[in-house]
Ligand binder design. Structure first.
Ligand SMILES: *Cc1c(COP(=O)(O)O)cnc(C)c1O
Length: 418
């Protein structure tokens, strides 16, 4: 040890001090059991406290469903701890084939391919699919891993262009498409990319409007519906089901009469509504999936989805397909919570998703409110600047099918006491 701090140590100490001073330092809460409508939190004095959880992505309550857990255990026993290989060498097990078939069936696509996370799926799809002369047009509020995946594509392949339209402003999207059509440097494919459900607003992309624009300009549409899977549509397929865009044979026909649905490719996570484990996927045409298998760098250089996750997530998706009542219960819970929160006098954003943001204004206020709620046994996170715009700090409530009427009443009572 030298007494002189390295450059890295000195500047990191400054960054951490500043975060603490501004009240932006994140303290990780330690959970001592499974994710559910209630969780056990470790307290500062080492004791445990059970609190209501309104901030997880466990939308259908499947993270601790006994059948999902059992399927994971069986997978662990049958296949061991992991693949010890990338997919194309000796890391493809028949449980991967099974879950990729299940995901394609669930999504209404020809094929799918899994990754260790949706983050990885987005890092795979853009650099693999985009070629010089292409342009990728992205909603400003798209998830961080979409932004990074697009940046990576543009960095790795010179001549891949990228541009952003303001959130849900399809007038500007149209202008961007017109500009791309006139741009002599755009000689290849035009891609339009959006989240299905936006995580901070809880709002949804207008997929029929975007599809219409894509058709007009010959663009391909990619939707990341990580917060929509298990939530949106009558059977929880996602935002495309919500809009009747699953294609013939899947939802009985969307607006285009296309056999394979109206969204060209999806990315999604297995770590939210679909069992809460981990992992991600790309779903779409067989040909596109083939390209990912041949050329995707995470496919070629990173390990496969662990078998235990492949088995537990597969079971979670089968349960959703067999038992649509979980999706219905979630919708009922969302409606109940929204009307009671509104009746209590709070400004909650309107939307069909399971994300209920309450705008409170200042970042410090949002943080203080979430601390006060936790003292009352209700776990809700406050988000402030820079995650959301200045002055629009919010409490973000996330509903689950696993919440009961009493859980919702306890939430509203605690909000009223604030
Ligand atoms: C949560 C989320 C991800 C990240 O998923 P992981 O599987 O945890 O990497 C990606 N995209 C969107 C839109 C998300 O909401």
């Amino acid at each position: 040890m030298t007494t002189l701090q390295s450059n890295f140590d000195a500047r990191t100490a400054r960054v951490l001090d500043e975060l603490t001073r501004k009240g932006e330092y994140k303290h990780l809460q330690m959970i001592q059991g499974p994710m559910g409508p209630t969780v056990t939190l470790r307290q500062d004095d080492g004791s445990s406290k059970e609190v209501l959880c309104f901030c997880s992505n466990n939308y259908l309550g499947l993270a601790n469903d006994p059948r999902v857990v059992e399927a994971g255990i069986e997978g662990l026993k049958k296949y061991g701890a992991g693949t010890a290989s990338v997919r194309f060498i000796c890391g493809t097990f028949d449980c991967h084939e099974t879950i990729e078939h299940t995901i394609a069936q669930y999504m209404g696509t020809e094929a799918s391919y899994t990754f260790v996370s949706c983050w990885t799926a987005n890092e795979a799809i853009y650099p693999t699919f985009a070629e010089p002369g292409d342009i990728i047009i992205s909603d400003a509020l798209n998830h961080a891993c979409i932004i990074d995946g697009i940046r990576l594509a543009a960095t790795m392949k010179k001549g891949v262009h990228k541009t952003v339209f303001p959130h849900a402003d399809y007038g500007v999207l149209r202008e961007k498409l017109i500009a791309a059509a006139k741009d002599p440097e755009v000689t290849g494919q035009v891609w339009v990319v959006t989240d299905g459900v936006f995580s901070m607003e809880g709002d949804i992309a207008d997929l029929p409007a975007i599809r219409g624009l894509c058709d007009e300009f010959g663009a391909m549409l990619i939707v990341d519906d990580s917060h929509g899977h298990g939530v949106m549509g009558r059977t929880g397929r996602g935002t495309h089901e919500h809009f009747g865009m699953m294609g013939r044979g899947a939802d009985g026909g969307g607006t285009s009469g296309n056999d394979i649905g109206e969204v060209d490719f999806f990315t999604g996570t297995l770590g939210k509504g679909l069992g809460g484990g981990a992992g991600g996927f790309v779903a779409g045409s067989r040909r596109g999936i083939e390209l990912l298998i041949q050329r995707g760098r995470p496919t070629l250089f990173s390990n496969a989805l662990p078998a235990t996750i492949a088995c537990s997530a597969n079971k979670a998706i089968e349960i959703i397909m067999d038992e649509p009542e979980h999706v219905q219960r979630l919708k009922t819970n969302v409606d109940t919570a929204r009307s009671k929160i509104k009746a209590a006098g709070f400004d909650v954003l309107e939307s069909p998703t399971a994300i209920l943001p309450i705008i409170v204004g200042e970042t410090s206020k949002a943080i203080a409110m979430s601390q006060r709620l936790l003292e009352m046994g209700v776990f809700v996170i406050g988000f402030g600047y820079p995650v959301v715009p200045e002055g629009e700090a919010r409490l973000r409530i996330q509903m689950s099918a696993a919440h009961t009427g009493e859980h919702i009443d306890a939430l509203v009572d605690a909000l009223k006491k604030l």
